[in-house]
Ligand binder design. Structure first.
Ligand SMILES: [Zn+2]
Ligand SMILES: [Zn+2]
Ligand SMILES: [Zn+2]
Length: 328
């Protein structure tokens, strides 16, 4: 009996040790992950991805930014997308159909437990570059064979989808139901949610490019994941930021170092250092609205321990983090 007790004691001690060892290697739960578990009761915007079209790691990249990620992928690195839960209608809306759409739709629909819709209630597209629309393929016959998922698209984007395979098959089979958008014309999704597309300059090979203004019952957000230099836009970005509560802005590159010191002016995106300069005169309240997003795999701000990341935060701006929530 005594021996049996000692054996039991040894076994439980060994189990405790094993559990302690296991919990040490388990990634600690972050605040945002905890928040994600709770369903939303108010109309809220959630960040579903922060990386540029190509993802991270990027195919063929042998540099330090991606080298270890092929063996150990980081589940937080998803292609840029926002989600919105409309608490007044229990509906969910996705901004961008990325190659990571499967997990992004799951994350979003889990935040709205009152809806039985495993797919979202609408997808808003910005333009026809691979990170922003190719996720639509997962709505087709080879996958979920969706039944008329509403897709909101500008006229050229709509024509592109209707006239080019494999996208045209989604239209013919009624997997998607394309709603035509008009620039600067507001779609009223409910009493609590409005969306307005607006044109922005970008290399528009297959479609025009838009950004969105997303207006909730109390707050509004600007979403401009891809744009040419701020100066090429007919609108004044600083004035646009002043009119909203959050501004998710193109931050593809930090500076020219990640592009082997190529001329900044040649690259058709506002570099983060250019935006910091352009926004430096804004009040700190307005600076806090700026949330940089759409990071190239080379962008040092993806690493929250980098000097680049710290520099942006020191100047009162923000770097988008996956699963972050913003009440609208
Ligand atoms: Zn992009
Ligand atoms: Zn890389
Ligand atoms: Zn683009």
């Amino acid at each position: 009996m005594k021996f049996y007790n000692i054996l039991l004691l040894c076994l439980s001690a060994a189990t405790a040790l094993l559990l302690a060892a296991c919990s040490e290697v388990t990634k600690p739960e972050t605040i945002t992950e905890k928040a994600m578990a709770a369903p939303l009761t108010k109309t809220t915007l959630v960040v579903l991805g922060t990386i540029q079209d190509a993802g991270s790691p990027q195919i063929g990249c042998k540099k330090a930014c991606c080298k270890d990620l092929f063996d150990k992928p980081d589940p937080d690195r998803k292609v840029v997308a926002l989600g919105v839960v409309d608490a007044s209608t229990n509906k969910t809306y996705l901004f961008e159909a990325t190659p990571d759409i499967s997990s992004q739709v799951k994350t979003l629909t889990q935040l709205e437990p009152n809806s039985q819709n495993e797919l979202v209630d609408g997808i808003f597209l910005t333009h026809a570059h691979i990170g922003h629309y190719t996720g639509l393929m997962y709505l087709g016959k080879e996958v979920v064979d969706a039944n008329r998922t509403p897709v909101y698209a500008m006229p050229q984007m709509k024509t592109f989808l209707e006239n080019n395979g494999p996208w045209s098959q989604l239209v013919v089979r009624n997997n998607i139901d394309i709603h035509a958008l008009k620039a600067d014309s507001t779609i009223q999704l409910s009493s609590e949610l409005k969306v307005t597309p607006f044109l922005v300059p970008h290399r528009d090979e297959f479609s025009e490019t838009v950004g969105y203004k997303i207006q909730g019952p109390n707050k509004s957000a600007l979403f401009i994941p891809d744009i040419d230099k701020w100066e090429k836009w007919e609108k004044d970005i600083v004035a646009q930021i002043e009119q909203v509560d959050y501004a998710f802005l193109d931050a593809t590159f930090f500076d020219s170092v990640e592009l082997n010191n190529r001329d900044i002016l040649e690259i058709p995106h506002p570099f983060i250092i250019e935006s910091l300069e352009k926004f430096k005169g804004m009040s700190s309240a307005n600076k806090k609205k700026v949330i940089f997003i759409h990071f190239n795999h080379t962008n040092p701000v993806i690493d929250t321990l980098s000097n680049a990341y710290k520099r942006v935060l020191q100047k009162s701006f923000r770097i988008a983090q996956i699963n972050e929530q913003f009440e609208l």
